[in-house]
Design a protein around this ligand. Structure first.
Ligand code: TXA
Ligand code: MG
Length: 315
C-alpha cells in the first residue's frame, strides 16, 4: 500500500471519507484514525497496528454537538469534566450510543471520548465531519509515536496517509476517566492530573490496578510502552552506572553523561514526559541494551510519567 505524506488536514480528511485510515497529530501522541461509523475502516486500524480486537478505541471529536450522536446519558460529573478540560488531553468514558459499532469499543457498551486541543487535529477532525476513532499510531506493543517520523517507521506501507505535524507537546497519552460509575475512576493517568480532576470532583479516585481497572480498561493488560532494551529505574543519577551500550535519562545531571551511548538531562517534568517515548525509540535504533530512567515524584504529571516508566521496566 502506498502511504501518502501530507501537511494538509483537508487532504488527509479526504482519505477518511474514502474509508481509509489516517495518522494525525494530537497534543498527546499521534493517533491512527478512521470514521467511527465505518466498520470496515475501523477494522483496518486493528489490522495496521496488529492490535488485539478487545482493546477499545477512543473517539475524537471537534465539537460538543457530536457527543449525543455517539454517547447516551452524560453523568453530571462527566459534564463537569467536559466543561473544565475539553478541549485537552482528557478522555471520558460514557455509555455508547447504538450508532457506534461494537468493533470500535472492543465489544464494550461504553465509549471513551476526547476533544484534542491541537489545532492541526481540530482542523483535520472538522474537515472529516465525523467523529474519528483512533488509538495511538504505533505498532502494538511499541512506544506511542510523538513525531510523524516515528509513525512512518512503524506504519509505512500499512496505512494510506500520514498527516505531518510537529512533535507532540505532551508526549504521553491522555488521562482516561470512567464516568459511568458512582464516582469518577481514573483508568489511565495522563497530562490532566488526578489533582486537577479532584479539584472539580473531589471523589475522583484511581482505579485499583488489581481489579476494576484491569477489567474496565482492557488496554492496560497488554504490553505497552516498551523499548527493546531493558529499562532500569534509578533513584539518583549516580545509581546509573555507564557501561557499553547503556543510556541515561533523568532530571538530575549525570557526572559521566558522555560515557553513556545516549544521555539526556531534562530541565522539567514536562520535558521529561515529552521526550521519554522518543528517547526509547532512539535507544532501539542504536540497539542499546540497558536504559536507566531516573524516577520522579508521583504527583501531578509525575504520576503519569512514572506509570509509563514502570510499565516499560516491567515489559
Ligand atoms: O492521548 C490519547 O489518548 C491517544 C491519542 C491518539 O488520542 N490515544 C491513545 O489510544 O492513547 P490507545 O488506544 O493507545 O489507548 C486507549 C486506552 C486503552 O488503554 C483503552 O483500553 C482505554 O483507553 N479505553 C478506550 N476506551 C475505553 C472504554 N470504553 N472503557 C475503558 N477503557 C477504554
Ligand atoms: Mg496505545
Amino acid at each position: 500500500m502506498k502511504t501518502v505524506l501530507t501537511s494538509s488536514p483537508r487532504k488527509a480528511a479526504r482519505y477518511i471519507l474514502q474509508g481509509e485510515v489516517v495518522a494525525f497529530p494530537t497534543e498527546t501522541v499521534y493517533g491512527l484514525g478512521a470514521n467511527i461509523f465505518d466498520e470496515d475502516a475501523v477494522k483496518k486500524i486493528f489490522k495496521a497496528k496488529g492490535r488485539p480486537k478487545d482493546n477499545p478505541l477512543i473517539a475524537h471529536i471537534s465539537e460538543l454537538s457530536e457527543l449525543p450522536l455517539i454517547t447516551q446519558t452524560i453523568s453530571p460529573f462527566a459534564e463537569t469534566f467536559i466543561q473544565h478540560f475539553f478541549p485537552g488531553p482528557l478522555t471520558v468514558v460514557l455509555p455508547k450510543s447504538n450508532y457506534v459499532p461494537h468493533i470500535a469499543t472492543g465489544g464494550l457498551d461504553t465509549l471513551g471520548v476526547r476533544m484534542p486541543q491541537n489545532e492541526f487535529a481540530q482542523e483535520f477532525l472538522k474537515a472529516t465531519g465525523v467523529p474519528i476513532v483512533a488509538p495511538s499510531a504505533n505498532l502494538s506493543g511499541k512506544p506511542s509515536p510523538t513525531t510523524w517520523q516515528t509513525v512512518e517507521e512503524d506504519l509505512h506501507g500499512r496505512i494510506s496517509c500520514i498527516l505531518k505535524g510537529k512533535q507532540t507537546e505532551v508526549g504521553l497519552e491522555s488521562t482516561v476517566v470512567d464516568c459511568t460509575k458512582k464516582f469518577p475512576i481514573v483508568l489511565r493517568t495522563g497530562a490532566i492530573t488526578l489533582e486537577q480532576l479532584q479539584s472539580v470532583i473531589p471523589t475522583t479516585r484511581l482505579a485499583d490496578a488489581r481489579s476494576s481497572g484491569l477489567k474496565k480498561s482492557p488496554g492496560t493488560k497488554y504490553r505497552h510502552y516498551s523499548p527493546e532494551g531493558k529499562v532500569i529505574l534509578v533513584v539518583r543519577a549516580k545509581d546509573a552506572i555507564p557501561f557499553r551500550n547503556s543510556a541515561y535519562i533523568g532530571l538530575e545531571r549525570h557526572e559521566e553523561l558522555s560515557a553513556f551511548r545516549l544521555g539526556k538531562v531534562c530541565t522539567s517534568i514536562e520535558e521529561y514526559a515529552r521526550s521519554l517515548f522518543l528517547f526509547f525509540r532512539m535507544c532501539d535504533e542504536k540497539n542499546i541494551k540497558t536504559i536507566h530512567c531516573q524516577i520522579v515524584k508521583e504527583t501531578g504529571l509525575g504520576l503519569a510519567l512514572m506509570d509509563r516508566m514502570k510499565r516499560a521496566a516491567a515489559g
